[in-house]
Design a protein around this ligand. Structure first.
Ligand code: SD4
Length: 320
């Protein structure tokens, strides 16, 4: 059980925890802290899975998903498939604060971001170009159009449209995450008054079909927060997770008396009934400061916790 204020985030990324904590103690709001924490990972390109230069899609482009939810108002701002803007969580915050909307997507989210003063720049790096080139060299030319026949002279055989390929790979449900090592920062910040804010930021799934949006910007899937109950965040196979709204489930289960660990385990069980090879991890924080997590399909899941009780951020591990 933790005291408040509190910062919790997915994966062993204490630099993000510390960034959020420092802002929270500056002093500032839980909303500011989540934005600062997730932005730190976007800048640091945590694991190559957050921010620019990671997880190129089938056309080589990196696109970003992010969300922020304020449990004191139930306001949400989110961006999906955001192009050419590095600070996805910052744009999500502007959706929350400057619009009546919840989720903006794609190129038009970029237009919105530019209006809000964000810089338009490429999200490609040598690293992301290399990942994409290596993949492309081994998989033949992408062919999005069903009526275009694969080139029979191609050295790597008939091209499997990614749609089919993805279905096949996805049906294994343990291939994509372990191979592409893609993770999301999901962060929960609680201020000293018990206001909950949750956020996410990710560059999603490597070699995704352009246009794919994961669970991270979907309310109740990637994150959920409700003052008086708690908050939860998710990481893992977003195409599956968003079908179950696990973050919402955790908050709802906690509302009905479950501990965060029980709630996270139950939410995973619901998914596993249908997708036994699914990979994912969930973290929840309850209104009384209790923290819990559950995971499946990863060898181990680690998450960071920072509160007043220790000078350093503590990394907790859960066996999956
Ligand atoms: C997604 N959930 O886009 C994200 C990726 C992730 O660990 O969290 N991977 O599907």
């Amino acid at each position: 059980k933790s005291s408040f204020p509190l910062v919790v985030n997915t994966w062993p990324w204490p630099q993000a925890t510390d960034a959020a904590w420092n802002v929270l103690k500056s002093p500032s709001t839980a909303l500011d802290a989540v934005v600062a924490g997730c932005a730190k990972c976007e800048e640091d390109q945590c694991d190559g899975s957050v921010g620019f230069g990671g997880s190129p899609d089938e056309s080589g482009e990196t696109t970003l998903d992010a969300m922020i939810m304020d449990g004191s108002t139930m306001d949400i701002g989110a961006v999906g498939c955001l192009r050419k803007v590095k600070n996805a969580i910052g744009v999500a915050r502007h959706v929350l604060e400057n619009t009546e909307h919840t989720l903006l997507v794609g190129e038009l989210a970029t237009e919105f971001a530019k209006e809000m003063g964000f810089k338009e720049e490429t999200l490609e790096t040598n690293h992301s170009r290399n990942i994409w080139q290596t993949w492309k060299d081994n998989n033949c030319q992408p062919n999005f159009h069903a009526n275009v026949k694969p080139d029979p002279k191609s050295s790597c055989g008939p091209y499997t449209p990614i749609m089919t390929q993805t279905k096949k790979v996805m049906s294994e449900r343990n291939v994509d995450i372990s191979q592409s090592n893609h993770d999301t920062i999901g962060m929960i910040v609680v201020d000293e008054k018990g206001n909950f804010v949750a956020g996410t930021s990710t560059n999603g799934l490597t070699h995704k079909i352009p246009g794919r949006v994961g669970d991270s910007p979907i309310p109740g899937a990637g994150a959920y927060a409700e003052n008086g109950v708690g908050a939860a965040v998710a990481t893992g196979d977003g195409d599956v997770m968003m079908r179950f709204l696990p973050a919402y489930q955790i908050v709802e289960l906690m509302h009905n008396g479950a501990t965060p660990t029980e709630a996270a385990s139950k939410a995973l069980e619901r998914i596993l009934k249908f997708y036994p090879k699914f990979n994912g991890a969930l973290v929840g924080v309850r209104n009384d400061g209790e923290i819990g997590a559950a995971c499946v399909g990863f060898p181990k899941f680690e998450f960071c916790v920072k509160n007043e009780t220790s000078a350093d951020t503590i990394i907790h591990g859960v066996d999956c």
